[in-house]
Design a protein around this ligand. Structure first.
Ligand code: ATP
Ligand code: MG
Length: 602
């Protein structure tokens, strides 16, 4: 392609609305253009990158025996009502764009395709002989994200590869899951990315596990905790660890103490001269279930620890059926205004004990009359601890479970693991932290959708059984931008050869020099002929401008038909290392062919 004929517009300055380097660079280098909030045009250079990434994804998927298809983006609401997700996706999470057609039918724009694929499986899979089966697609997804940002990282319209597998049993599902683990690792490795596969939260779906593939970068929205020995890595949402040991308490007798103005852990510890590891902290949460029921939750956790709200939400989702509900709509620490909606009298905030009486809750059909009391592992073994006295300005010290307080509550792990904690598999290893961009997520769904939608098959014994399912997603457009986030310098993008829009760019320093032009034209034709994807910068611009642009768009190899042609040579510069060498004109194509082949891993 000739730059003189391309829509080629680069910006000198960083665009004002871009925050992270990859977003700035893709805008500046003319790869993408913002059309609206979370909506981007993929310009020709970007589209080539996306096609390269898609092709790598496709090859890795096909190698596992999965088959490509294309499912509709427009999805009837009825399917989502069958799975029970219509209301959560359109109202609660509000992630799905929905619309009403001219026949007054409700439709949604696909944020994901479990419903569509399960409907197909229900109709077409009859027998165990058809299993296992894995279908995938590469397609634009729509999600009305609360905070679209960082360009293609979190768009409202983005490209995803999503695959869905069907199995007779869990063992077969696990086999495909393992294959996908390898396929995803290959995709990221071949795209030139440094990444970490981490244990992930499977949310309310449950199932027996999921793995996220995190591209390591400072700008990542996720925190990953891992051990140096490589044996443990998890998203902080899911991570488990051993907390530091509690210090022994110095309060040997149970007493109520006057602790004025000590409504935080820090203040009470200062006042009583004790360690936060001796304090039972009681945190109040308010949750609303999908049937409108408000439930108040009291979490007791050690004073030096924090609540992991993802773990908490999972625990509360498990309790949904106790309130005739299916799922949670919201979960938060209620502020003063929210408290007014359910308190019968004012709470001793900052001084709450694990046994705060239920009579603080006002009587209302839509409010559950008792606190749900959850006790984290960290407080169960505490002896002679400090906690609130249920009275403003007072704490109790030297308290013990089964003496002053009953563990009448449900025992759970809702603690947030953090860097520095000891690892469970080996307490000599401590957790370290890194930032990651979630590029892919693989999931063992189990029978959730097949049961909800009646997707069964007949097994060898002739019995009807629900299909086991897996689902596997990779964000093609997010991955492409993540590659930039991991590889750039002050002058621009540095693409890995495997996903660069072009392999090489032939730059003519002076287009009024006939010899320079002739050499460049010859090389341009020859390189393309040899399958080396090449740009020709034949614009009437100063050489300096052309070099800057070539660096900015990040083409791996630049060939300059400058002074060296007097000696039958051209200058070849490698973008990543800036290594420059003169190569005999006739040897350029074979040399580059070699470099490119060895740079692109299969
Ligand atoms: P996130 O936690 O980042 O919102 P998710 O858990 O919603 O991601 P999945 O539903 O598992 O993501 O989708 C599969 C993949 O699609 C993700 O791993 C990610 O790479 C990509 N993806 C998800 N949401 C977006 C988005 N808004 N913009 C771009 N890519 C996305
Ligand atoms: Mg999301």
């Amino acid at each position: 392609m000739r730059l003189s004929q391309m829509l080629f517009v680069t910006l000198r300055d960083d665009p004002a609305d871009a925050e992270i380097p990859s977003h700035k660079l893709l805008l500046r280098a003319g790869y993408i253009r913002r059309i609206g909030s979370g909506i981007y045009a993929y310009l020709p250079l970007m589209w080539r990158v996306l096609q390269k990434v898609s092709q790598i994804v496709r090859e890795e998927m096909n190698a596992t025996g999965a088959q490509e298809c294309l499912l509709p983006q427009l999805q009837p609401a009825d399917l989502w009502k069958e799975s029970g997700r219509w209301d959560t996706y359109t109202k609660a999470e509000g992630i799905m764009f929905s619309l009403i057609d001219r026949r007054e039918q409700q439709l949604g724009l696909g944020p994901t395709h479990e419903e569509v694929i399960t409907a197909i499986a229900r109709d077409m899979i009859r027998s165990y002989r058809q299993l296992p089966l894995h279908l995938y697609q590469i397609q634009t997804k729509f999600r009305d994200e609360i905070r679209p940002r960082f360009g293609l990282m979190r768009g409202r319209e983005f490209i995803m590869k999503d695959g869905y597998s069907f199995h007779a049993d869990e063992a077969s599902l696990k086999e495909t899951y393992q294959d996908m683990y390898k396929a995803y690792s290959n995709m990221l490795r071949r795209s030139g990315l440094a990444f970490r596969a981490v244990e992930a939260d499977s949310g309310a779906i449950g199932g027996s596990g999921s793995t996220e593939f995190m591209v390591l970068a400072e700008a990542g929205e996720d925190e990953v905790l891992f051990t140096e020995d490589g044996k443990y890595a998890a998203n902080v949402e899911k991570a488990v660890s051993l907390p530091a040991n509690a210090e022994p308490s110095r309060f040997t007798t149970y007493e109520k103490r006057d602790t004025p103005k000590s409504e935080t852990i820090e203040k009470v510890c200062q006042f009583l001269n004790c360690s936060p590891t001796q304090v039972v902290k009681n945190v109040l949460y308010q949750t609303v279930y999908d049937n409108g029921m408000t439930v108040l939750v009291l979490v007791s956790i050690r004073g030096d620890q924090e609540v992991n709200e993802v773990k908490l939400q999972n625990e509360l989702t498990k309790l949904a059926s106790n309130y005739a509900a299916k799922t949670i709509i919201s979960l938060n620490v209620p502020n003063a205004e929210a408290q007014q909606t359910w308190t019968a009298k004012s709470l001793p905030l900052g001084y709450i004990a694990p046994d705060i009486p239920d009579e603080y809750i006002t009587s209302d059909k839509q409010i559950h009359p008792q606190f749900v009391r959850l006790v984290d592992q960290t407080v169960v073994d505490l002896k002679n601890f400090v906690t609130g006295a249920n009275e403003t300005g007072y704490h109790v010290v030297g308290a013990n479970w089964s003496e002053q307080f009953k563990v009448q509550s449900t025992l759970v792990d809702i603690r947030k693991a953090r860097p520095g904690d000891r690892a469970i598999h080996n307490p000599e290893q401590t957790l370290q932290s890194a930032r990651g961009i979630e590029a892919g997520h693989i999931f063992q769904l189990g029978t959730k959708y097949s049961q909800a939608m009646g997707a069964n098959y007949t097994n060898e014994q002739g019995e009807e059984k629900p299909l086991f399912m897996g689902c596997f997603g990779v964000g093609v457009s997010r991955l492409a931008q993540a590659a930039v986030e991991q590889s750039y310098d002050k002058d621009g993008i540095i693409w890995a050869v495997a996903i660069a829009p072009y392999h090489a760019i032939v730059t003519i320093p002076n287009i009024n020099d006939a010899q320079q032009v002739a050499t460049a034209e010859k090389l341009y034709a020859e390189l393309n002929q040899a399958g080396i994807e090449t740009l020709l910068d034949d614009r009437d611009e100063r050489a300096g401008v052309k070099f800057k642009d070539a660096d900015l768009i990040g083409i791996p190899y630049r060939i300059v038909t400058g002074r060296a042609i007097a000696n039958g040579k051209v200058e070849v510069v490698e973008r990543a290392t800036r290594k420059s060498q003169e190569i005999v004109i006739d040897e350029v194509t074979t040399t580059l062919k070699q470099w490119i082949t060895s740079a692109i891993e299969e």
